[in-house]
Design a protein around this ligand. Structure first.
Ligand code: F3S
Length: 470
């Protein structure tokens, strides 16, 4: 059996580089890597070697040995110091996570903490803003029976506070915003993508567990997206659309084409002017779609993202391929999405907006959009339960600065939960059926259906999908 076949049978996705045999999903495809390849030498400093040799305790030694072994697998040459602050992706306490929490127990018992206070991904449920029935809650309590344990351990290991659960940790309201050039060891794919691309920080797509160990050590193995070479683009994406493409659609098209390679996107500076509060939502959603429809850890956008502004097309790797995206290509991608609702033509039961969590501008824009549409239609209650997801900090900022809009939304029955919509949909409760979403990430990981903003607005107001919705 060839390696390529074996990878298929294991369910791994193969990238489009004709030479490589394994997609690593680290954002680091390694051409022609084989199991038999010699392990590179990963050089440690004297201080790191002391930890490796157990001179700082056996728990820290195990953490170091694990991180070194992980680095060697991917060809790392050394460890680098981490900057910024950690962000961790584990946010659900189920039985499946218990073995990882056993490791957390040992780290906490040894008195270890992350090198700086960390933020974490949103929890799966928000009983206050997205409640479920009593029967469903019993299921939830059973499925997430380790939630309290996870939160207690996180706080012991350095979590910033019990409020710091959001995947959009890098937004100003949340404040875990890495600086350009900071080395990180993050594991949330959308946060990785944004920090690498829009902020110019450096992190691989680490697995959960490895992120905690790296952040306890304050070190990460240098390979892939932590290197200049690994940040070069194997694809030139030539955007020739007649108008600004929907971020979820162009991100999806790119992710599906390049898989985990780095794309250099040209033709977008016609529409996007730099990385600002106003453009951050667009860049976030585009990136999250590349990271979930494919496994992209970093994109460069010509004239927009910091490294592309500084280095332009010097970022293109030798032998790069080109993918042209025009209106017809986006249409083709959209038409390829399957309808996974149990009742394919059923009436949606919920509208979920914001995965990744909304920026302040997105929440304001959606809030105003809903209020305008409701007032125009003369309605005082939404036609279908509607939720705008965001961190507790963005929610507070929105409610404080837009009191009138927030009050109207509440009156209409629009909620602002702080949990993860994707995980909520993945929880085995009845209420998770027939969800309409504006997120391509939620679409990919659940049975929710993706719709455009105008379609969703009509659905929110009337409770019915527009007749021409696909
Ligand atoms: Fe965030 Fe959950 Fe979506 S972690 S990116 S809201 S899947």
């Amino acid at each position: 059996m060839t390696e390529r076949t074996a990878t298929h049978q294991l369910g791994g996705q193969i990238g489009t580089d004709p030479n490589f045999t394994h997609a690593t999903h680290t954002g680091h495809s390694k051409a022609n890597a084989k199991h038999s390849d010699a392990q590179p030498e990963l050089k440690l400093t004297a201080a790191e070697q002391e930890i490796f040799d157990g001179k700082k305790g056996d728990v820290l030694q195990k953490a170091m040995k694990t991180v070194v072994a992980y680095g060697q697998l991917f060809g790392a040459d050394k460890l680098v110091d981490l900057g910024g602050a950690p962000h961790l992706a584990v946010s659900w306490g189920s039985d499946g996570i218990a073995p990882l929490l056993d490791i957390y127990d040992k780290l906490a018992a040894a008195g270890l903490k992350t090198y700086k206070p960390f933020t974490a991904n949103p929890k799966p449920m928000d009983p206050e803003n997205l409640p479920v029935s009593k029967e469903e809650q019993a299921v939830v309590d059973k499925v997430y029976n380790q939630m309290d344990r996870l939160q207690d351990l996180n706080l012991k290991l350095g979590m910033r506070s019990k409020d710091d659960w959001s995947c959009a940790c890098y937004l100003p309201e949340m404040g875990n915003t890495p600086a350009r050039g900071d080395n990180l060891a993050w594991s949330e794919s959308s946060a990785i993508n944004y920090s690498n691309s829009a902020l110019g920080a450096r992190t691989n797509r680490n697995s959960m567990g490895i992120d905690m160990l790296c952040n306890i050590l304050g070190k990460a193995p240098r390979f892939g997206l932590l290197t200049d070479e690994g940040r070069k683009a194997k694809w030139l994406i030539d955007v020739k659309t007649t108008k600004q493409p929907h971020p979820e659609m162009i991100g999806s098209a790119i992710g599906l084409k390049v898989m985990e390679d780095v794309p250099y996107i040209a033709g977008m500076d016609r529409f996007i002017k730099g990385v600002t509060e106003e453009t951050s939502g667009y860049l976030k959603d585009l990136g999250a779609a590349t990271a979930s429809n494919g496994a992209v850890g970093l994109y460069h956008m010509e004239g927009v993202t910091p490294e592309a502004v500084d280095h332009g097309r010097d970022l293109l790797a030798e032998g790069y391929q080109t993918y042209t995206i025009d209106d017809a290509e986006l249409e083709r991608i959209y038409n390829s999405y399957p309808n996974l609702w149990k009742d394919k033509q059923g009436t949606p039961q919920r509208v979920f907006l914001g995965c990744p969590h909304m920026t302040y501008s997105q929440m304001k824009e959606w809030g105003e959009r809903i209020v305008t549409a409701m007032e125009k239609a003369g309605k005082d209650k939404v036609g279908v339960p509607t939720y705008m997801f965001g961190s507790i900090y963005v929610k507070k900022a929105f409610e404080e600065k837009n009191a009138d809009t927030a009050k109207k939304l509440k009156g209409y029955g629009v909620s602002i939960p702080i949990n993860c919509p994707m995980m909520w949909c993945s929880t085995p409760i009845e209420g998770a059926e027939l969800v309409a979403t504006n997120s391509n990430k939620t679409r990919v990981y659940t049975t929710a259906r993706f719709f455009f903003d105008d379609e969703l607005t009509e659905l929110i107001v009337t409770g019915q999908l527009p007749k021409d919705a696909r």
